[in-house]
Design a protein around this ligand. Sequence first.
Ligand code: ADP
Length: 489
Amino acid sequence: MNILFAAAEAAPFVKIGGLGDVAGTLPRYLKDRGHDIRIVLPRYGAIDRERFGLSAMPGPLGVPMGSSGTLWCEVLEGRPPGTDIPVYFLERRDLFDRPGVYDDPSGKGYGDNAFRFLFLSRGALETARRLSFPPGVIHVHDWHTAAVPLYLDALYRRDPLLERSATVLTIHNLEHQGIFPRELMDVLGTGRHYFHTGDLEFYNEVNLLKSGIIHGDVVSTVSPTYAREMTTPEFGCRLDGVLRTYAPDLTGILNGVDYGEWNPEKDPWISQPYGSDDLSGKGKNKADLQTALGLPVAEGIPVVGMVTRLVHQKGMDVVASVIHRLLDRGIQLVLLGSGESWAHDFFSAVASDRPDRFACRLGYDPVLAHRIIAGSDLFLMPSRFEPCGLTQMFALRYGTLPVVRAAGGLNDTVENFDGATGAGTGFKFYDLTGDAVVNTLSWALSVFRDSPETVKALRKRAMSRRFSWEDTAGQYERLYHRAAKKRET
Ligand code: ADP
């Protein structure tokens, strides 16, 4: 099948979050399954032409932008290293040559983000035409490229190349919807008649994600539980009704894990590699972690790790509200993260108050992330919502038992401990309250204290779980066929 990916990020060229991982990795596995897959991205200033060997395609590409007229851009072509996947970069320095991808250095979204990503969306379709590449499926991601299905329906269905292309929209995070003033309709260029409740209109503004849900042939998200949650008022971010109406067969497909990078037997960042048949190496990693972070080195004190963005989504406010109760349970808590400034101040202050119980490192540090995941006994993720979540899957592979709120992908990847049978791979709670966090952690600690054999069995089982990209790609393939079939009928 011919597949066109349009996304705002794709590793290794540009990665801000989970979207970059998926758009960077999934195409490789789809290619392995025999598909002709191509990707369209913006050429951000940080994507180095030389380093990635990008070359300019002949002739400029015209991208019609409604009332702003046609914008011309250069198209650069490259390949992700080690692959034969063509990636087309739209080169417009005025739009994309900036220090950030979405935000300026102060963390504020660029004022012309709607324009930038509509340019990408329409530019992706124009790139397909330029290449004479008829996509069987166009796979778009989040609000940035969610206008593609609308563009197709409104403007390209008489184009012999695109008339039959099906669309799949994957929502990686429902919180970001691309909501802009109604004047955006002029730039969109589809005609103002699309501005109504059954289409783009959303509380008198334009909602690009909503248009993708309505016009996309198939809508998916990144875990089965999040797919269900999204249709409820608690998790639906005001689009739950739209999803229930327009995407009744909303599908959740878990992201895969790169086990080349996350493998305790071959991890170059940890002091002692280990496998599930000999967990003694894990103890050495724990001692090294305690030493590195200035905590008392003691095998008997359970270490609870966290590697996370310090934001509301991750439940950091709830952790803050009970942190002293947690520390009083006789644990050492280790936190690596960055995010909201209150959290930086708060957690730093607690770390200086209780240096024997709490170590906090602010910033982004992939090596320390590996060491924490390897050296901790338990891994805490009290997320308010979690579309998929990767870190709990890493923790499982390292035999570090997750203590999680049963939301989204956390619910789908962690099996709750069952005291009667000994089954499970972690510990879950359901309501996001301080009491639930404290009680669930206390439950896990009691298992550690009373039954080391049970813990060993849990660790082994956790380490045997796999979330493979091969499996994920197979599920997307089935989704593409469903979308294509829907388009035919
Ligand atoms: P999200 O994408 O919502 O932040 P995920 O669990 O899906 O959450 O993925 C987070 C990714 O970022 C993981 O690979 C995790 O190890 C990494 N990460 C998050 N914070 C840090 C940090 N401070 N330092 C290093 N890696 C981090």
